[in-house]
Design a protein around this ligand. Sequence first.
Ligand code: ADP
Length: 505
Amino acid sequence: MSKTKKKPKDPASMRVLFVTPECYPLVKTGGLADVSAALPPALNRAGAEVRLLLPGYPAVLNGLTDLQPVGNPLTDLPGGAPATLRIGRMPDGVLAYVLDAPALYDRPGNPYLGPDGKDWPDNAERFAALSWCAAGFAAEDGLDPWWRPEVLHGHDWQTGLIPAYLELRPDRFAGPFRPGTVTTIHNIAYQGLFGAWMMSDLGLPSAAFRIDGVEYYGGVGFLKAGCFYSDRLTTVSPTYAHEIQTAEHGSGLEGLLATRAEALTGILNGVDYDIWDPAIDPHIAARYGAADLGGKDLCKADLQATFGLDRRADAPLAAVVSRLTGHKGLDLVLEAASQWIAWGGQLAVLGSGEPALEAGFRHLATWFPKSVGVRIGYDEALSHRIQAGADLFLVPSRSEPCGLTQMYALKYGTLPLVRRTGGLADTIVDANPAAVNDGSATGFQFVNANVQELTWALRRAAALYRKPERWHVLQQHAMTRDFGWHGPAEEYMELYRAVAPVLVG
Ligand code: ADP
C-alpha cells in the first residue's frame, strides 16, 4: 500500500493489465466471464489501452488468434511449472496475454474443478502462478519489455496475490515504476484459503504470515491478501460495497473491509447489448423491441414447446437461469412452486450445481410436466431463449454482488422478481403502487429470504400479469432502462487515474 504521491494521469495513455481467470466466450462459469469480455473493450473506447492476462486453458489457447510467444520462458513460477507467455487476440480483437503452463492449465472443462466436482488440489499454485506472472510485468526485466502496464487490475481471489507480490517481493518485482493495483471482488463468498505451510511454495516471505499480511484464519487467504495490499478495491454494486462491510455478508472480511472503506468503491456491472438485445439476438425464435413486442409471443410459444409446457399464451411463465447454489435462494423457488402452479403459472429452469437442488427441480418437473420444465446443464443459447420467452425472471438470491441476469431480463421485457440485496436492490424498482403510478417500476422485490415473502411477490406479479395494459407499461419501462458499460467504464477510468503512477518523459 505504500505508494509515492500521484498526480492525475492522462486517460489516453492508460495501460491496464486486466487479469482474470475466466472470459466469455472462451471460458465461463459465471458473471465474471461476461464482465471480463465486455469491460475491457468499453475501457478501450473510453481511452484506455487494456490487455487481458488469462490462464492457458485449452479453450483459451485454441480460441485466441495470432498467438505468439513473448520474451523468454518463465522459469520461476511458484510451484516450479515451466511456462511460456504468449500474446494473441480475443474473438473481438482485444489483445490477450496467456500464461501457457500445461502442467497447471491443460485440463478440459470447468477451470476450477476436477472431474470429481472438487477443487483441483493445486489451485493455490495455479492461481499464484497467474498472479506471479501479472506482477512480472512490473519487474525490472518486465515480462513484456515493450508494454509496461500502469495499472494491474485483478479479479477475485484468483488474482489476490498480485499486489502482495509487488509489496512483499521487491527483490523480484521492483521495476522502473510501480503500477497501481486494483482488486475487484465479484463474489466475496469465494476466498481462496490455503494451508499456512504453502507460504514458501507460493513465494511469500514467512514474515508476511500475520494479520497485517496474508494470514487469514490460520491459512493463506488470497482474497484477503488482495483486500489488504491493493491500492484500491472495487466491488460490483454500491449496495454490495456496503453489505460486505457487515458480518452478514462479509464472509469474515468485513472488519478489514471496514478499515479500507475509503479505498472501496461499488461500481455496478453493465450489460453487453451487442449480445443481450432481443432486437438482434440470433438465438431467439423472433426478434422484437420495446416499440413492438409481437415477437415475444412467438418466443414464449417456442419456449413452452421446448420445455414441453402447455401452449397457453395466458399462463404467466416464470424462469430461472442460474448456478444452482444455496446463496442463489432457489430452494425458496422449489417451496413456492406448487402455489405458483396453482395460480396457473408455469416455470422454466436452466441451471446446474448442488445435487440436492438439481434433484429438487427434476422432481418438480416430473410432478408437474405441463407446468414445469427443467434443464440441468449449461446452455448459452437456451439461456437467451429463456430470457426472451419468459414473462417473469426469478432471482431470489440470499446474496447477489451485482447479478447480470436480471439486467438482461429487463432488456427482454421479462420482468425480474428479485430479493432486495446487492446489485438486485440497485437495478430493479419494485412495482409498489407509487412506482407503478409514476412509471418507474421495472419488476418485483421482496425483502426477507423466506417462502412467504417470495410467494407474496409472486402473487403480486400474477395479479399484475392479469392486467395486460399495466404489465405492458412495466415492460416498456424495463426495456428502455440503460445498463450499458459506458458509465461503469468511466468510473473505472477515474479509479485508474487515481492509482496510476506519474510517468515522466
Ligand atoms: P453468477 O456470476 O453469480 O453466476 P451472474 O448473474 O452475475 O451470476 O452471472 C451469471 C451468468 O451465467 C449469466 O450470463 C447467466 O446467463 C449465465 N448462466 C448461469 N447459469 C447458466 C446456465 N445453466 N446456462 C447458461 N448460462 C448460464
